[in-house]
Design a protein around this ligand. Structure first.
Ligand SMILES: NC(=O)c1ccc[n+]([C@@H]2O[C@H](COP(=O)([O-])OP(=O)(O)OC[C@H]3O[C@@H](n4cnc5c(N)ncnc54)[C@H](OP(=O)(O)O)[C@@H]3O)[C@@H](O)[C@H]2O)c1
Length: 305
């Protein structure tokens, strides 16, 4: 029986990983997040409240469970919040990762860490794992600094970089580009949508499977893990509107420059995912297939579509 510990399990990816692990009888699943457990299903795994920026809490939980692998999904993921609250971003996205590295070294635990397409400047996408990062925002800097610390450690590690994760969490409380589009257009609210940034949307379930494979296989190195299709964010939103039969007149195309966001975003990312396909058996669904899953899950939580 292998023990896998997941951090940030209240988040979008964290929840999907826990649900995927529930189906595996040969794995003991330790679910951890800051504060109380917000998942609806409470059976089939052990939950511990764990703030990964608290070194002592991390040490205690590792001493108790001695996990074979840890999947670190916890992070300050709001890009503009990182720009405005730099100390907090550094503490969670860098120092907390140092805490995990220390205990993983102590217990010989394989670390699967989540990173981002934002480590690249977006001038030459789509990117392959060997391309050189050039972070353009504070969020991206913290994620890249964490990557470097992991790479310099003596750990067995996988870094999975991903792009725009979409999906539905248990209480439908977390938003992402797909849910934002559906919710806004259903309420007939005008949305400003960027027409000059390109990304590969990633279904949370697909990414969760890749994280679990990385943990079980102790896959070594960096992996680019995203959906196969790279598209303009405006097209992404239009595809969502079309799929859910929503009125596109409320979509207002705008340029990145006119949005004036605190953090700079890379114009064109997207990933070449062949390494993940080969070494993690990664088989992402198409964007339309992913939207089918989102639709089913929204109906399950009572959204009338
Ligand atoms: N979302 C994307 O589009 C995207 C794109 C590229 C890369 N990534 C990376 O993928 C990973 C997962 O992203 P996600 O969208 O699933 O994130 P998320 O939904 O924001 O989840 C992160 C979780 O971490 C928890 N957390 C916050 N502070 C913590 C702490 N000190 N200790 C333990 N847990 C803490 C949060 O708790 P609360 O729920 O209480 O806040 C949240 O549940 C992150 O590393 C992110 O950088 C995400």
């Amino acid at each position: 029986m292998k023990t896998i510990l997941v951090t940030g399990s209240n988040g979008l990816l964290g929840q999907k990983i826990i649900y995927a692990l529930l189906g595996k009888s040969d794995i003991r699943c330790i679910s951890t997040s800051k504060g109380a457990n917000r998942m609806l299903v409470k059976d089939g795994y052990t939950y511990e409240s764990l703030d990964i920026s608290d070194k002592q809490e991390v040490a205690n939980v590792f001493a108790k469970y001695k996990p074979d692998a840890v999947i670190n999904t916890a992070a300050l993921t709001n890009v503009d919040a990182c720009e405005l609250r730099k100390e907090e971003a550094w503490k969670l996205n860098v120092e907390a990762v140092e805490n995990l590295i220390e205990v993983c070294e102590q217990y010989n635990t394989h670390l699967v860490h989540l990173s981002t397409d934002f480590v690249f400047d977006g001038e030459n996408g789509p990117y392959i794992e060997t391309d050189i990062p050039n972070p353009q925002s504070y969020y991206a800097t913290t994620k890249y600094e964490a990557e470097k610390r992991i790479q310099q450690s003596s750990l067995s590690w996988s870094i999975l970089r991903t792009i725009i994760i979409y999906g539905v969490v248990d209480d439908n409380s977390r938003s992402n580009v797909v849910l934002w589009t559906i919710n806004s257009l259903r309420e007939k609210k005008t949305i400003n949508v960027i027409n000059d940034q390109y990304r590969s949307p990633t279904l949370a379930e697909d990414l969760a499977d890749a994280c679990i494979q990385a943990a079980l296989r102790k896959a070594k190195g960096i992996f680019h893990v995203s959906g196969r299709e790279t598209m303009c964010i405006l097209d992404m939103v239009r595809i969502v509107a079309d799929y859910f039969h929503l009125d596109q007149q409320y979509i207002n195309p705008i340029s990145s420059a006119s949005l004036n966001q605190p953090a700079k975003r890379p114009p064109v990312t997207g990933f070449i995912i062949q390494k993940a396909e080969k070494e993690l058996d990664f088989k992402p669904l198409s964007f339309l297939e992913g939207l089918g899953i989102v639709k089913r899950q929204l109906m399950e939580v009572g959204v009338a579509l």
